[in-house]
Write a protein that binds this ligand. Structure first.
Ligand code: PYC
Length: 323
């Protein structure tokens, strides 16, 4: 049977998507079926997408998705030179930026013939991101300006004691700590998830936030890596309770901002970060003043699937299950 030989016989609603993974972390690019977001800035379109939360719920939550998927909804860019606007969604809401997702979107847009190799600009709700598609799979993104907000903040966490970390912005807010309760290894993922969830819950209770009261919704544990050519291994806890299978693009950006603030990495020097599962991102930065840096994150993505989601009338889970 060829792929053209079968199709569900029904006139119900369809949403076209292409899936990819970046260092193991999935990205689901939605290509049709999204509501009209009306143009304007991508931040405004993000607010409108929030009013149509059925799309996020349908394509990310079970039974069509799962907790580790980050979705990418294409929208109009305000800047006519930009290739597109993109809004990232997950199992709990909308992300500011997503590094692995941007790499996945670039590789997917190339795979479906919408962009060529070379330089492109994507607009996100938190600012423009320049994307260099170096090959069909390898992408370098110049992220939004990133910075460390506070250094060595201590928080008392039940069952863990005092956990100390830096608070930094890399397109999302991060609490970055070396105080993981166990080695960052795949066999300890349940313990790491539990510890990170506790830290995450405790931060707002202790009144600890990012700048302008920004909610810290990503926790990044890290440790030295013995892998040749790799500086650190990390474990990133995402807002909806999943862990990032990749080293996390915005988390690597936040780490670069901390290294720059501590004078531990020179501008342009390469920093390699691996995830708990061993996937790698390369990072480097350029200072842009006022303690901020522009991080460049390089990684690889591969397309894994294409298809349509179907929303049949009468399906109690047309809009997904749960949150
Ligand atoms: O790569 O920035 C990232 C990211 C954020 C959440 C999951 N991945």
């Amino acid at each position: 049977m060829s792929t053209a030989d079968f199709s569900v016989q029904s006139s119900c609603e369809r949403i076209a998507y292409v899936d990819s993974h970046t260092a193991g972390e999935p990205t689901r690019l939605i290509l049709s079926g999204a509501p009209d977001l009306g143009g304007g800035s991508v931040a405004k379109q993000r607010d409108r997408l929030r009013e149509h939360d059925w799309l996020r719920r349908c394509v990310i939550l079970e039974p069509r998705g799962h907790e580790a998927i980050v979705g990418a909804v294409l929208c109009e860019a305000e800047d006519p030179t930009a290739a597109c606007g993109v809004i990232f969604i997950n199992n709990t809401g909308i992300l500011g930026m997503c590094g692995h997702g941007t790499i996945g979107v670039a590789v997917t847009l190339h795979a479906i013939g919408r962009i060529g190799l070379g330089q492109h600009r994507f607009e996100t709700p938190v600012g423009p991101v320049d994307v260099a598609l170096l090959s069909p799979h390898r992408v370098a993104i110049e992220n939004v300006p990133s910075f460390r907000h506070r250094k060595k903040v201590a928080v008392e966490v039940e069952g863990l004691g005092t956990i100390t970390g830096d608070i930094a912005w890399g397109g999302n807010w991060f609490f970055l700590s070396e105080d993981a309760p166990c080695p960052i290894r795949p066999e300890h993922i349940p313990q790491l998830l539990d510890a990170a969830a506790r830290v995450r819950r405790e931060l707002p209770r202790a009144g600890i936030t990012g700048a302008a009261d920004g909610e810290i919704d990503h926790i990044e544990f890290f440790e030295h890596s013995d892998t040749p050519g790799v500086h650190i291994r990390n474990f990133v806890f995402c807002p909806g309770g999943a862990f990032d299978r990749s080293p996390c693009g915005t988390g690597t950006s936040a780490k670069l901002a901390c290294l720059a603030a501590d004078g531990k990495l020179a501008p342009g020097e390469t920093w390699v970060q691996e995830s708990v599962l061993g996937g790698r991102f390369e990072g480097r930065y350029q200072p842009v003043g006022e303690g901020k840096v522009i991080p460049t994150i390089t990684g690889e993505a591969f397309v894994t699937a294409e298809g349509f989601f179907i929303r049949q009338p009468g399906d109690p889970f047309r809009e997904g299950m749960g949150r």
